[in-house]
Design a protein around this ligand. Structure first.
Ligand code: TRP
Length: 415
């Protein structure tokens, strides 16, 4: 008994501040590899904020962001899909004071097909890039997917390049954006690998286990990998962009499951003489079958892919999008639909740019005036347009353009 208490104490001492691991059976599971909430209610985001030790993005903070950028906040921010942050006020203050910072985000290229949910953080990042007018670095973790999935190095590198095209089609400004694959960039930039080594020396196995839940049978590549996702938070990992300045912090827009990586980085950065990275977290994008089921790139009916045709989009939404409507028209007219669980409505919250239209839909669906078929038709039109735009832009991207985005080079940046 006494012994196990001592063990607990030691384990706690070894923890990264507020390591966010589930502490009781009631906690949702949220880490970079697993997301599972309650079967009936889904993820409790307020509880997650408390457990992770981050902060909710308040209306006041959004107002300050709007003031300093001179822009109306992006719908994803106004509607609470980007809902939590760490040190966002620092970044806003730096903008007010004209001090430099950069944006950092990424993608693990696990499949060729990206679905519309994968595009959400990138759409938001593009808005941030335009609003802040700062450089952006995008990490493609082909090494991560090689370590976690059963794919070869060649395949993961090929997927990284294919995914880069989907990401570029969101409309990033080449003069301000650097996209890199880990396998390629490590050989091009000694400072990147040196920073990886500096981070890896600063985290013990105990801490990594507490933060990520690694077990005895995980390969050692996985245990080391967090230092590779951490290193882009240090500006000196990009000497072609920031020279050798250590005093330029980053802001990371990401889904909240990525937080453990950056919780760890925030612990390490000051010890290495850097500022802590700031974060903006998004909620998870629901699968077609509903918020409680998993969206998976391997189940083509669980998501809308950026490669889907207009006819496929229509068929999938009509056939698979979980409905919060009632079983019969009569019942629906009488009692109305439930927007909270209706996937079509939830998707419109992500993708319908018009606030008034969205509110009208919500009222009409809730009152029963609007039927599920009508709601789905609106979503179908919205998605068809968005996906067609992405496809049009992607078709125009040349191999030379991809090369240029991925070439280490100076970016347009005032500092
Ligand atoms: N690990 C992330 C994934 O699997 C990819 C990633 C790397 C990332 N760096 C990032 C995501 C920074 C967000 C922010 O998708």
């Amino acid at each position: 008994m006494a012994e196990s208490k001592l063990e607990d104490q030691l384990a706690n001492q070894a923890r990264i501040s507020g390591d966010g691991a589930p502490s009781d059976e009631d906690d949702d599971i949220v880490d970079p590899w697993n997301v599972a909430g309650k079967a009936d209610t889904g993820i409790d985001y307020d509880k997650l904020i408390k457990r992770f030790g981050c902060e909710r993005i308040s209306p006041e903070l959004i107002a300050r962001l709007e003031k300093v950028t001179g822009q109306t906040a992006h719908p994803l921010l106004r509607r609470g899909m980007f809902f939590s942050h760490r040190d966002l006020l620092h970044i806003i203050t730096r903008k007010e004071q004209n001090k430099p910072f950069y944006l950092y985000t990424g993608r693990g290229p696990s499949s060729r097909a990206m679905h519309v949910g994968h595009m959400v953080p990138f759409m938001f990042t593009k808005w941030l890039q335009d609003a802040f007018d700062v450089p952006l670095v995008i990490q493609l973790t082909d090494d991560e997917k090689f370590l976690w999935k059963n794919i070869s190095i060649e395949e993961s590198m090929m997927l990284a390049r294919e995914n880069a095209k989907d990401i570029i089609s969101v409309g990033f400004d080449m003069e301000k954006t650097f996209i890199f694959s880990d396998f390629s960039y490590i050989g091009q930039c000694p400072q990147f690998y040196q920073n990886i080594a500096l981070v890896s020396r600063s985290v013990t196995f105990n801490q990594a286990r507490g933060c990520f839940g690694f077990g005895d049978s995980d390969c050692i590549g996985k245990i080391h990998f967090p230092s590779i996702q951490a290193a882009p938070c240090l500006a000196t990992s990009f000497p072609h962009i920031f020279k050798n300045r250590k005093d330029i912090p980053c802001l990371i827009p990401c889904a909240i499951d990525q937080d453990p990586y950056f919780r760890m980085t925030r612990d390490v950065a000051p010890r290495l003489g850097y500022l802590k990275p700031a974060l903006m977290h998004s909620t998870f994008f629901p699968a077609l079958q509903g918020a409680q089921s998993k969206m998976s790139a391997s189940d083509e009916n669980s998501a809308i892919f950026v490669t889907d045709t207009a006819a496929q989009i229509k068929k999938k939404i009509n056939k698979f999008a979980f409905s919060g409507g009632k079983a019969s028209v009569e019942e629906h007219r009488e009692f109305g639909g439930n927007c909270d669980i209706d996937v079509s409505y939830q998707y419109l919250r992500f993708f319908c740019p018009d606030d008034d239209k969205l509110e009208e839909i919500r009222q009409n669906y809730t009152s029963g005036k609007m039927l599920t078929g009508e709601l789905k038709a609106i979503l179908i039109a919205e998605l068809q347009k968005m996906v067609a735009d992405l496809q049009l832009r992607r078709a125009k991207i040349t191999e030379q353009e991809v090369d240029e985005f991925m070439r280490p080079r100076p970016l347009k940046f005032n500092y």
